[in-house]
Design a protein around this ligand. Sequence first.
Ligand code: BGC
Length: 261
Amino acid sequence: MYTDLKGKVVAITGASSGLGKAMAIRFGQEQAKVVVNYYSNEKDAQTVKEEIQKAGGEAVIIQGDVTKEEDVKNIVQTAVKEFGTLDVMINNAGMENPVQSHEMPLKDWNKVINTNLTGAFLGSREAIKYYVENDIQGNVINMSSVHEMIPWPLFVHYAASKGGIKLMTETLALEYAPKRIRVNNIGPGAINTPINAEKFADPVQRKDVESMIPMGYIGEPEEIAAVAVWLASKESSYVTGITLFADGGMTKYPSFQAGRG
Ligand code: BGC
């Protein structure tokens, strides 16, 4: 438990499933007040809300498309209207789909860039605007990936979006450090979430991915949520502009593990 998170207002985009859901529930366990943004699945968002409340937190759900400026503004406004302020913004909504780069339709490129990168920018911008205008030493957490540094064939849009998030976060961290507004990334590796469900259900693909993880197993969403609460708490008060990889060592060149090379 991080006692300073009790009563803190945390907005999380894409919080009806996967990593967003796990983080929302963990913040509930910390007795925070959580704005659960969802895109299409109201029923799942409602379940997340109930789980947060059961855990001792407060919650409100809000539909919104992170690629739309007005919707993102509305997420921040909902936090203020329902809970009186905003302390932590987590830009988590994201997507991926595999396509060979030379055949990737512009539509696919734009969709992933708009959701993962522009969505995180809009969420960061709106939160920081609120912090600056209200003199709040707020916190922004963006969801990056191991693919902010590892190139990923068939996912050029996704890798580009995460590479963009890396420098966006570093830039925002530098720009707002004098105001004590912290901006950090979490860089998950391969995690057991719906985005990966099909891939990890296939034993061959699962084994293949596991072989790329020095720690030898696919991570659980709760292991990412644990990083999020630390980055949101004052325990990390001197940390800004980093990507905290939670990847079982995936970014540490696993093919060299046995002393090859
Ligand atoms: C992706 C996963 C992938 C992992 C490791 C993540 O960013 O969302 O689908 O398994 O990176 O490649």
